[in-house]
Ligand binder design. Sequence first.
Ligand code: PDD
Length: 297
Amino acid sequence: MQVYLNGKIVPAKEAVVSVFDHGFLYGDGIYETMRVYDGVVFMLDEHIKRLYRSASLIGLSIPLDTDSLKISIFETLIANNLKNAYVRLTVSRGHGTIGLDPELCAEPTTVIIVQGLKEYPRSFYENGISIIIPKTRRNLKEAINPRIKSLNFLNNILAKIEAKKRDAYEAVMLNSCGKLTEGTISNLFFYRDGLLCTPSADCGILDGITRGIVVEIAMRDGLKVKEGEFTREDLYSAEEVFITNTTLEVMPVSKVDDRVYIPGNVTNLLHKAYRQEVNAYVSNVKAKGPSIWDQNE
Ligand code: PDD
């Protein structure tokens, strides 16, 4: 495996970051996860835009401009000969001495890791996955705003530990007011009384790119969508539940705590429509002309 590290593509073994990197010492940094379908990075511009937003929210200046970042992603994919992949782009505050002051770090560390995509088991999509509502609450948006896709994932990890203890795949956290927010790596949707519901950005969530697409598709297909504040009881009384993210796409939920759901028509329809959206995006990018892959084949 080849990894991009600060301007160079090197074998994974040589892709080593200092123990004085503030990403390691303090979780001081940001990241994005992208998915590549047939050589095309899905929603690349949106992910890059969100990366810069996260950077700006923590006062971090990304050393590369957007075009150079995009080229570096493609170069890393080409170096690994991967056309269906997972991309993890990380920018940390960089190497400094011990101390919280960001000015101790001269230069951010930029890393791009790409991996062949391990598809989720088909049974997950056919039967749904189990989720719980954990005791761990989502970070206060006034403390560490979940809109920042930061390296500080301990809040989510604590919830994930609870999920694992209860044999569940995902944990959907409440906020400090007891309202539903999001999963540890995903956004939440549920269908109830003819309404497709999802917690609003104000509840303290990452405004997922997949979530945005699903909301758009649902409205286009004539579904009524409500982005708002919801309680655990709203979720318990739902007819269908699903979660979304870049790698999972639209994943049905069969259980929330002790409540059982059967993956239904709305979830299936939205997953199919999401796939069509991906295919249309990929065809569109390809139709625009030769890609960086063509020069490397
Ligand atoms: N996670 N909420 C959280 C806390 C997330 O970490 C993610 C994504 C999402 C969904 O965002 P999107 O639809 O843009 O992928 C929501 C990625 C997949 C990760 O951590 O690797």
